[in-house]
Ligand binder design. Structure first.
Ligand code: ZN
Length: 475
């Protein structure tokens, strides 16, 4: 009898899982091949670098004002009178709002939105099923580049100096008012809050950059759960499944403390299932074009899951399996370097950042010294057994930097020279791995915070590596 009931259980279990699987198979799920092909086909070629302005995207919007697949309207103007637009696609019952670049220097998702616009207005191809699914089941409201004045200067804040993401409650800036008004007009079921984060965020406990971070923001101080937030978590679980195939271990979960003046938190509070996507860093992707592709694919996948309802199958508890973000990355990390000071020697690690908009410095600099064993570098060198050596100024003066080629520069580095003097300015100085001095006095660098990262890593007085403007060169 026991065996019989066990068998019966097995049969029942088999039937249940079989039936459920069958049901799921009828739900349309685009494969990664299809999503990737869609990106390649519809990438907006006129946007190929991170720094672009309102004037670069306005023609791409205005050309869609008549006879396109979108309904385009001007929602209002920024402080400096730049138009902010909304593009609407589809006629389905589920309303989704997507806004990008409320921080002016966070442009990755804006590029992906224009790729999506191209995709959505295509026709008679392999993507028709996906398109009509979106058009029939959802209405998509896109607001690209919410902070055009910030984008003009490639800065985070708007022309008042406000962080728009701290103006959701008071709405004292026109940009925040525009977003709040759009929200109140549409009352979206889902919201996508699209940002970039520091490239120095890593996935906690690992050296991997948090190339994409996600969050279903809290709607109250207690970080409670409700159905609205759960739906956002489920969509994120599906997004993470896709992302792990492209950036295994490269997805982080953003801090979910409630921020009473932030837009994501308030959208969630107002009843819109809100998903934050933060584009971080990735090796050798300074213009974030690979991350833009990930944005395109993951947004399209999320929209499809929303359109089909497939997101409801993802268990929201899996959201908590996504590891947290951390802030432990640097550009170049040199470990265990010995420094001679007077008659004593000491051991230090050296963290060097290249300088870019996310650290608001243009040149490389030594950011930290001491025991940095908790940090990770995009590039790392274990300099155990090596010594710090300051660079020397070459005795001979060159007519100009144009006289020096790469080969000669390397040969100078091998002899411990990191700086040369030139009689006239100009030339390709930036390309050469040397400090080119025209009139400025020469100051040998020291292992101090804030100093430019130019020095040698030597053994018995012979340089084995040079670090020039924060870049490591093997000699
Ligand atoms: Zn942001």
């Amino acid at each position: 009898m026991k065996i019989l009931s066990f068998l019966l259980l097995l049969v029942l279990a088999g039937c249940f899982s079989g039936c459920r699987q069958e049901e799921r198979e009828t739900v349309y799920r685009p494969g990664t091949d299809l999503l990737e092909q869609a990106y390649t086909t519809f990438r907006e070629e006129s946007l190929s670098e991170r720094r672009f302005k309102h004037q670069n995207i306005e023609p791409l919007i205005r050309k869609r004002m008549e006879g396109s697949s979108f309904r385009v309207e001007e929602l209002g103007k920024s402080v400096e009178q730049r138009a902010i637009y909304q593009l609407t696609y589809g006629k389905g019952p589920v309303k989704v709002m997507l806004w990008s670049q409320m921080h002016g220097d966070e442009s990755t998702a804006t590029m992906a939105l224009f790729d999506l616009f191209n995709f959505l207005e295509g026709r008679n191809d392999d993507f028709d099923t996906l398109r009509s699914l979106l058009a029939e089941n959802t209405t998509l409201f896109f607001i690209p580049m919410l902070n055009p004045d910030g984008a003009e200067a490639f800065k985070r804040r708007n022309a008042y100096g406000f962080d728009i993401n701290r103006d959701a409650a008071r709405t004292a800036s026109p940009e925040a008012r525009i977003l709040k008004q759009a929200r109140d007009n549409v009352i979206p079921d889902f919201g996508f809050n699209l940002h970039d984060q520091s490239i120095y965020y890593n996935v906690k406990g690992t050296p991997k950059p948090a190339t994409i971070s996600v969050l279903a923001p809290a709607f109250d101080e207690e970080v409670n759960m409700n159905e609205v937030r759960k739906s956002a978590m489920k969509v994120i679980v599906g997004m993470n499944e896709l992302l792990q195939q492209y950036i295994p271990g490269g997805v982080g979960k953003y801090d979910d403390s409630f921020y009473p003046t932030a837009f994501g938190d308030n959208f969630q509070k107002w009843g819109t299932s809100t998903i934050l996507i933060e584009s971080g860093g990735y090796n050798d992707d300074p213009e974030k074009q690979f991350i833009r592709k990930l944005n395109f694919m993951v947004i399209l996948k999320a929209l499809t899951d929303i359109a089909t309802g497939a997101y409801q199958d993802y268990g929201e508890t899996r959201y908590f399996d996504i590891p947290d973000n951390d802030n432990q990355l640097t550009d170049l990390l040199i470990r265990h370097l010995q420094v001679q000071r007077d008659s004593a020697a000491y051991l230090t690690d050296i963290s060097i950042k290249q300088g870019n908009s996310s650290v608001t410095r243009d040149a490389s600099f030594i950011e930290d010294l001491g025991d940095l064993s908790v940090l990770y570098g995009y590039e790392e060198l274990d300099a155990e057994g090596f010594q710090w050596q300051a660079g020397k100024l070459y005795e001979q003066t060159y007519a100009s930097a144009a006289e020096i080629n790469q080969e000669e520069a390397l040969s100078l580095l091998r002899k411990g020279y990191s700086a040369v003097r030139v009689a006239s300015p100009g030339g390709e100085a930036k390309e050469l791995p040397l400090i080119i001095l025209y009139e400025k006095a020469y100051k040998p660098s020291r292992p101090q915070i804030g100093e430019k990262g130019t020095f040698f890593i030597s053994k018995n007085g012979r340089p084995h590596y040079a670090v020039v403007r924060g870049k490591l060169i093997k000699l």
